[in-house]
Design a protein around this ligand. Structure first.
Ligand SMILES: Cc1cc2nc3c(=O)[nH]c(=O)nc-3n(C[C@H](O)[C@H](O)[C@H](O)COP(=O)(O)O)c2cc1C
Length: 546
């Protein structure tokens, strides 16, 4: 492949090659460091030395809003005013620390958003106009999770803000997410780009849900190019610390938009280059191994331009089970990964169906109303311990129009059957009745959490089709959708009184073989497990902030 200016088809081939090369196989894991080099362990917190820090409020969770309400169109809370308190709450419920854990002299922070290996490559940015109690002038800030504060990287004038936000509802602001790939590459090597994009999706899900708790809507703004985002967020400023690759920009809308949102003008985004940027990013490790990830990320940068995404031929429909008296923010702040599952806890069939229902992109429903594309991912579920449901392999078709294509592609399936008691609206099918515990464990890198829970699953992405249709830059977006489903399932498990864990380590092609998938029209891109957790009693838990 020519490196200088690769064509669209070269880039697409590079995506297929990267994906193939970073598959874990029974014979060998994808290239990685093997042993961890503790001397180069990256600092989990980026700080901009010299940038002014605005501290945010910590907001203790209350009983309102209710968890189920915010996912039910028409039941979301009234929009809160945008001020220092609500901006504090938005970050506190999405990207903030949730606790410190310690054992002996070692301690580490957990966050509201889950992250592969707890390495947290995702960084958050706020781009806003004047906000009551927070800032008198428009600004670009980096979110400092350890301090729960905003580092002011640049201030700019109202005229620029007015042009940037023109056509958006009043009080709209923007959140940017970026990735420091090195944080994941340090541990996971070449496959780390995938984990960074899962994590970006988890953060996106966390932000959408936290915003919904404030009665705000979120929309992914997909028309700016990646280079323009780098200018807007200030990540293109030259420095010698680990690079940050901008991933996405999200509009946070305190009011329902009257129609389609406007495009962000190219010239305005370019002009952010000229601001007086403050602060120097800290060095996270004394040395690095590249693993080719920055070069790959450059190949999947999005060019400028709105994409004419397809719309649902048959939008998924809601089923609306009875709401529970569960508080949204308590679930958000208590979310944790299970490190082991008990092999006993069972889930009721109704709770299982409810969880799956939540993962459907029903029109207007949080968090998938943030995404401009239709669902590209389907869930292949290995059901182990769900009451009144035969163990086996099941499939949730998240885009009902894909049923026939999937039925043809999954050549190992028995005739598809609707499971007993399954709501008519839920596109769930039993593909084969059998004990899948050993297969689930084996395929999820022999991790017991995949077999000892109530169920585990593989997220099957429509793969070559959307990449060929939209472009190689759609590759990270498949992972964002996967991460968003993962963050939602984490919260659903908490609401059902159990636990869950994202599983990035799995053997890709053995899962495809289990399903009888022969080509790359669908690819398994993320695993997840849900069940009764076994707590590690050796660990102490300390509050996130004093
Ligand atoms: C994308 C992703 C992949 C993960 N993969 C695994 C995995 O393969 N095995 C595992 O035990 N945990 C896995 N986890 C769980 C993380 O280790 C966990 O989120 C992290 O340690 C932070 O803990 P917390 O979720 O309790 O905040 C994964 C999490 C994410 C988001």
């Amino acid at each position: 492949m020519k490196q200088d200016n690769p064509s669209q088809s070269d880039r697409l081939q590079a995506v297929f090659d990267y994906h193939q090369a970073t598959k874990h196989r029974f014979e060998a894991f994808a290239s990685g460091p093997g042993m961890l080099d503790w001397a180069t362990q990256p600092d989990p917190f980026r700080r901009y030395a010299g940038a002014r820090l605005i501290s945010l409020e910590t907001v203790a969770p209350t009983d309102e809003p209710r968890f189920d309400a915010i996912f039910t169109p028409g039941h979301t809370p009234a929009a809160s005013p945008v001020n220092r308190h609500t901006i504090s709450q938005l970050f506190y419920d999405s990207l903030a620390l949730s606790a410190w854990k310690s054992i002996g002299a070692t301690r580490w922070a957990l966050r509201v958003n889950a992250s592969s290996g707890n390495l947290h490559p995702t960084e958050g940015y706020l781009v806003c106009g004047p906000i009551e109690g927070l800032c008198a002038q428009p600004m670009v800030c980096h979110y400092a999770a350890q301090e729960h504060g905003l580092e002011v990287r640049a201030e700019f004038d109202s005229a620029l803000w007015n042009t940037l936000s023109s056509g958006f509802p009043a009080h709209t602001f923007f959140i940017g997410l970026s990735s420091i790939h090195w944080r994941e590459a340090w541990k996971y090597g070449q496959r780390a780009y995938r984990y960074c994009m899962h994590d970006a999706g988890h953060a996106l899900g966390a932000l959408s849900i936290a915003a919904a708790g404030l009665g705000w809507q979120t929309r992914l703004l997909d028309d700016p190019g990646t280079d323009e985002l780098a200018r807007l967020l200030g990540t293109m400023q030259a420095h010698t610390s680990e690079p940050e690759e901008p991933d996405m920009l999200i509009a946070c809308l305190p009011a329902q938009p009257a129609g389609a949102l406007p495009e962000l003008p190219a010239a305005v985004l370019q002009s952010f280059d000229l601001l007086a940027w403050q602060g120097r990013p800290n060095q996270l490790s004394p040395s690095h191994v590249a693993w080719g990830i920055e070069a790959f990320a450059a190949l999947v940068r999005k060019p400028r331009g709105a994409c004419a995404y397809e719309t649902f031929a048959e939008p998924p429909q809601s089923w609306s089970p009875t709401p529970r008296p569960v508080a949204l923010r308590r679930m958000i702040r208590q979310r944790r990964s299970a490190v082991a599952m008990d092999g006993e806890t069972r889930l009721s069939r109704a709770d299982f169906y409810r969880m799956l229902d939540r993962t459907l992109a029903v029109p207007g429903a949080v968090p998938f109303n943030t995404l401009p594309w239709t669902s590209q991912l389907h869930l292949a579920l290995m059901v182990h311990r769900v009451d009144d449901l035969t163990p086996g392999l099941y499939l949730l078709v998240r885009d009902p129009a894909q049923r026939a294509v999937l039925e043809q592609a999954l050549t190992q399936a028995d005739p598809w059957q609707k499971p007993p008691g399954c709501p008519q609206q839920l596109p769930l099918y039993c593909l084969m009745e059998r004990d899948t515990r050993a297969a689930a464990r084996e395929i999820s890198c022999r991790q017991d959490i995949a077999s000892d829970g109530c169920f585990s699953l593989a997220m099957l992405a429509e793969f070559s089709g959307p990449l060929e249709r939209y472009g190689p830059w759609f590759y990270p977006r498949l992972y964002w959708e996967a991460g968003m489903i993962g963050q939602l399932l984490y919260l659903e498990a908490e609401a059902a009184g159990i636990r869950s864990t994202g599983i990035g380590c799995f053997f890709d092609d053995p899962m495809h073989e289990l399903l009888g998938l022969a080509d790359r029209s669908f690819q398994d891109i993320y695993h997840f497990t849900v069940g009764g957790a076994v707590e590690d009693v050796r660990l102490s838990t300390l509050p996130a902030y004093k």
